[in-house]
Design a protein around this ligand. Sequence first.
Ligand code: SAM
Ligand code: SF4
Length: 332
Amino acid sequence: MVEPLVDPFQRHITYVRLSVTDRCDFRCGYCMAEQMTFLPKKDLLTLEELERLAGAFVALGVEKIRLTGGEPLVRRNVMRLVRGLGGMLGQGLGELTLTTNGSQLERFADDLYAAGVRRVNVSLDTLDPVTFRRITRWGDFTKVVSGIEAAKRAGLHVKLNAVALKGTNEHEFDRLIAWCGAEGFDLTLIETMPLGEIDEDRTDQYLPLSRVRADLAERWTLTDIPYATGGPARYVRIEETGGRLGFITPLSHNFCESCNRVRVTCTGTMYMCLGQEDAADLRAALRAADDDARLIEAIREGITRKPRGHDFVIDRRRRAPAVGRHMSVTGG
Ligand code: SAM
Ligand code: SF4
C-alpha cells in the first residue's frame, strides 16, 4: 500500500490540476495582457513527460486530474495525452476532466468522451456576443456556443464558469442562470483573483460574490446544498430551474481549509498553493532518471511545504498583483 499524500495540515492531496500549455487563443482581460510573452516551447514538458508525471501522482493516490492551461485544447496533439490519461481511469484515477474556453470543443467533444472524459468546465462570462468580444479580446462567441452544444451532444456534462466582473457582466447573471437551467448545465461564479500583471486595474473589476448572492436571492430561491465536486465551490440549488449554482469566493470567503489539490505547470513546476510563490521543480526530477523514484520523492517533498492558505488581497494601496504569475501559467 502506498503512503497517501498528506500535507502538514492533514489535508489529503487527491486532486491535480495539470496545465498542458500556457498559450491561449483568447486574451481575456482579467487573465492576460494582450501582448503576452509565452514560455519558450523548449521549456515545456513533452506530452510523454506530462503523462508520466500524471501517472506518478495517480500512483500516489491522486484520484482526479483536471487538464487546464492556457487553453488545453490548443496544445498540439493534446488528444494523445488525454487518451493516455484516460487509460488510467479505473486504475486509481477516478476522474479526468478539463477546463476550456470552448473554442475547440466542437472539434474535440466526441474524442474527449471516447477517452473517458465525462465532465468539462467551460469558461463563459457572458451570453452577449459584444461583451464576450470585449472580455476575451480575440474570442468568437458563436464558436464557443457551438462547442458547448457539441459537448452536450457528445454526452459530456457541462459546467459553465463565469468570472464576476463589476460593470461588465454583473447584470447578466439572471440570464446565465436561466440559460444554464434550460440547458441542464451547472454554473459557477468566480471572484477575480490578483494573479499576474494585466492591462487593467483589478480593483475596478472585483465584485464580491456575497453581494451577488444577496442580489440573486431577491429573484431566485437559493437553497444551500452539500454538493461537492472536489473543487472549492459552494453550491446552492436554484429552485426555479432545478439547476446548481456554485460560488468560488477566494477573496470574500477563504476556502483553503478544505484544499485537496496542487497545480503543476506545463514546465513541471508544482505550486502547492495558487496564491503563494513557493514551488517544487518536478521537471528536474522527471528528467533525472527513467524510473519515477526521484519524481515521487520530489512530489512528496513539495507536499510537506503546502501552506495553510493563500493571502490574496485586492486593494488600491497594493497595486502589484498578490502573485506575479498569471493564471494561464499556473493553470486555472
Ligand atoms: N483557457 C481555459 C479557460 O479559460 O477555461 C483554462 C484556463 S483559464 C486560466 C481557467 C479559469 O481561470 C477560467 O475560468 C478563467 O475565467 C479563470 N481566470 C483566469 N484569470 C483569472 C483571475 N485573475 N481571477 C479569477 N479567475 C481567473
Ligand atoms: Fe485564455 Fe482561459 Fe486566460 Fe481566457 S481565461 S485568456 S481563455 S487562459
